[in-house]
Design a protein around this ligand. Structure first.
Ligand SMILES: [Zn+2]
Length: 201
């Protein structure tokens, strides 16, 4: 089995690629971050943005919160390190695990933040999940959502891809199938389009 010549990550790791020197894409990305990006300038740029936002309204900013390490770190950083007063916005799709909910509650209480949670109509979520196999219908809905609500953020698209990736892994698939694409579209819809589809203006 091929492994990275620097960090010994194996080629079986998902999304890993190797260059002609046998170094993996993660190692190259680390090098890029350490050598190409001027972090002092980036920090100054961020501080400038935060200074503009600070005290600009009832809340200084909105933090979309999934409960993963990225959004948790972002929230911690803005509150504790930058002294901002954010409004946390969370989308509860009905599939949050108890541990995740406990962790989120502890985070919110420890940091002392206001949280706004949107929960879509469960009957609609159920129907949508039941339609996962019907890619054509979903593609139509996704097209509607895309037309109405672009740009969906890259992060939303990545998050929506997680269930599809799990499905593909469980099935041992090498490539996407109509069903896994349908799952991805359903996830995207739930994250981005559902509130708007339910409440057309
Ligand atoms: Zn490596």
């Amino acid at each position: 089995m091929k492994t990275c010549s620097k960090c010994v990550m194996p080629e079986t790791a998902e999304t890993l690629a190797f260059d002609d020197k046998g170094v993996c894409s993660v190692c190259r990305q680390v090098e890029f971050k350490q050598t190409t990006i001027d972090w002092t300038a980036r920090r100054a740029e961020l501080d400038g943005l935060l200074d503009k936002a600070r005290g600009s309204g009832d809340y200084d900013c909105i933090v979309p919160f999934s409960g993963g390490k990225d959004s948790t770190f972002t929230l911690w950083y803005l509150v504790r390190e930058c002294g901002l007063k954010p409004l946390v916005v969370r989308f509860d799709h009905g599939f949050m695990r108890p541990t995740l909910i406990e962790n989120n509650t502890r985070t919110f209480r420890t940091l002392g933040v206001d949280v706004h949670t949107f929960t879509p109509n469960w009957q609609v979520v159920r129907k949508l999940m039941g339609q996962v196999g019907h890619e054509v219908q979903l593609a139509g809905l996704a097209a509607t959502a895309a037309r109405e609500f672009l740009p969906a953020s890259a992060m939303t698209l990545v998050l929506a891809g997680v269930p599809a990736a799990l499905y593909e892994r469980a099935k041992g698939l090498k490539e996407s199938t109509p069903v896994s694409i349908g799952i991805w579209l359903a996830g995207t819809l739930m994250l981005v389009g559902l509130p708007y589809l339910l409440l057309p203006s």
